[in-house]
Design a protein around this ligand. Structure first.
Ligand SMILES: NC(=O)c1ccc[n+]([C@@H]2O[C@H](COP(=O)([O-])OP(=O)(O)OC[C@H]3O[C@@H](n4cnc5c(N)ncnc54)[C@H](OP(=O)(O)O)[C@@H]3O)[C@@H](O)[C@H]2O)c1
Length: 233
């Protein structure tokens, strides 16, 4: 049996990815605060910002993947805040790092003992994993660290036939982006104009990249950008 375990399967890229894998015959387990709308998906109702979530939900997660020899573990849940190096609080930095980075390691450690050859770990990074913009300090830091985690995962799992990839979306049309710009159509249009295709990425496009990466071990250790080509200024 093949099982997708995805964090943040309740909306945006995570929901699109859950749908993509389900259509390809995978069972779906989503870890998020809200449920995943894919029929038959197992919902683990966890708040990843709580460092104790893994202890509380470990047994449930292990039971949810029982009988699966192939697991695609997709670390997708993310938190984007507006802050800067001069203003970011310790509390914000800790929360963003907990959701975007530490929860990934917690989940890796929970499931790696259950992951057989052919399994994969996909970290959902960001364009901001390899470059920075002003005003998103905690997020930029967390996504840079995620690139390192993906590369370290590929090295540390050598010989186990489990591969690891970091997929870095560009501006994608989801609640995260819309919330971040306050739903301003003019701002969204300006962002879209910054892509060589003159539009935002659709969550389904990222979902297809994630499925490709999860099922192609040749990309082990790679950082794959999926941003429609951003216009450099
Ligand atoms: N959209 C973009 O332009 C863009 C660009 C680059 C990278 N990305 C990355 O792509 C990934 C998905 O982003 P998205 O745009 O689809 O965002 P989204 O629409 O805001 O969805 C975020 C998901 O993360 C989950 N999540 C957030 N905080 C959580 C918490 N404390 N505990 C458990 N789950 C939590 C949410 O589930 P609940 O709220 O139900 O808990 C939700 O399903 C993120 O890692 C993001 O950084 C997005």
């Amino acid at each position: 049996m093949k099982t997708l375990v995805i964090t943040g399967g309740s909306r945006g890229i995570g929901l699109a990815t859950a749908r993509e894998f389900a259509a390809a015959g995978w069972s779906v387990v989503s870890v998020a605060r809200r449920a995943c709308a894919v029929a038959g998906a197992h919902h683990v109702a966890a708040d990843l910002s709580d460092p104790g979530w893994a202890e509380r939900h470990g047994e449930e997660l292990r039971a949810a993947v029982a009988g699966s020899d192939t697991i695609a573990l997709v670390h997708n849940a993310g938190l984007l805040t507006r802050d800067s190096v001069a203003s970011v609080t310790q509390a914000t930095l800790r929360e963003v790092l907990q959701v975007n980075l530490l929860a990934c390691v917690q989940l890796d450690q929970l499931l790696l003992p259950r992951m057989g050859p052919g399994s994969a770990i996909v970290y959902v990074g960001s364009t901001l994993g390899e470059k920075a913009v002003a005003g998103s300090c905690a997020y930029v830091v967390s996504k840079h660290a995620l690139v390192g985690l993906a590369r370290a995962t590929a090295q540390d799992l050598a010989g186990r036939r489990i591969h690891s990839v970091c997929v870095c979306p560009g501006f994608t049309d989801t609640g995260m982006l819309r919330d971040h710009v306050g739903g301003e159509p003019a701002v969204l249009a300006a962002i879209a104009a910054g892509s060589t295709f003159g539009r935002l990425v659709e969550p389904e496009e990222i979902a297809r990249v994630i499925l490709f990466c999860a099922t192609n071990p040749s990309v082990n250790g790679a950082v794959i950008h999926a941003n429609l080509g951003q216009i450099e200024r």
